[in-house]
Design a protein around this ligand. Structure first.
Ligand code: ADP
Length: 215
């Protein structure tokens, strides 16, 4: 009897252990969560991070934190973030390169909000190549525009006023959407319908990621 009591917690423990995601080259996975502002990238990145035990890097969050702290980076980027414009590529790319080189991300990474331009996508490929890895899968979350605006107005972040949201959607269409072709032509792009509840969308993403993990 005591034996069973010992086994059950062990089994529960094992079943909660996140699947370690490795690529065919044996490296930890690099997952990109892609999509317009408000499609739920941040929420899904957090769930995916917990599900697979891989840390999540949100460039928007890093930039907002720098602004809150009033750091030199914060004062450099404040104008862009508050007006719904993209922070210059070199600045964001340097920030991501530095983060990815740290030990925290050696077991994989979920990128949210980066890359946002074709130049950033190219820079990401180059910097990962230098570290002997590459982007494994890009998940494009798609949600109807009226729903996006509704969600962002509910969220109420300082850059979530209607005028700034419209500007961010415009910037997305002009500068970020072309990144989809970049990854589609490299067979890395998968689209997920984000017009569903959080858990349903999460399960859709998990299925896609698991398909990319070599048996
Ligand atoms: P959302 O997806 O809701 O737009 P984010 O948190 O991803 O929110 O980004 C907020 C803001 O941070 C953007 O509008 C932009 O000013 C800046 N930003 C975030 N990531 C990048 C990036 N990769 N390149 C340039 N600017 C960025």
């Amino acid at each position: 009897m005591a034996f069973v009591f010992l086994l059950v917690p062990l089994w529960l423990c094992a079943s909660n252990t996140p699947t370690v995601l490795t690529t065919s080259a044996g490296n930890a996975m690099v997952i990109v969560l892609f999509g317009a502002p408000g499609v739920g990238k941040g929420t899904q990145a957090q769930l995916l991070s917990r599900r697979f035990g891989i840390p999540h890097l949100s460039t928007g969050e890093v930039l907002r934190q720098a602004i809150r702290e009033g750091s030199p980076l914060g004062s450099q980027v404040r104008h862009y973030v508050e007006n719904g414009l993209l922070v210059p590529d070199e600045l964001v790319t340097a920030l991501v390169e530095q983060a990815l080189a740290s030990s925290q991300y050696q077991n994989g990474c979920i990128l949210d909000g980066f890359p946002r331009t074709v130049a950033q996508a190219q820079a990401l490929d180059e910097l990962l190549h230098r570290q002997g890895r590459s982007v494994d899968i890009v998940i494009n979350l798609v949600v109807a525009e009226e729903e996006i605006i509704r969600r962002l107005l509910l969220r109420g972040r300082p850059d979530d006023t209607e005028a700034v949201i419209r500007q961010r959607l415009h910037v997305y269409a002009e500068q970020t959407q072309p990144v989809l072709d970049y990854y589609a032509s490299r067979n890395k792009l998968y689209t997920v319908d984000g017009n569903a509840d959080i858990e349903t969308v999460h399960q859709r993403i998990v299925q896609l990621v698991l398909q990319r993990v070599p048996a």
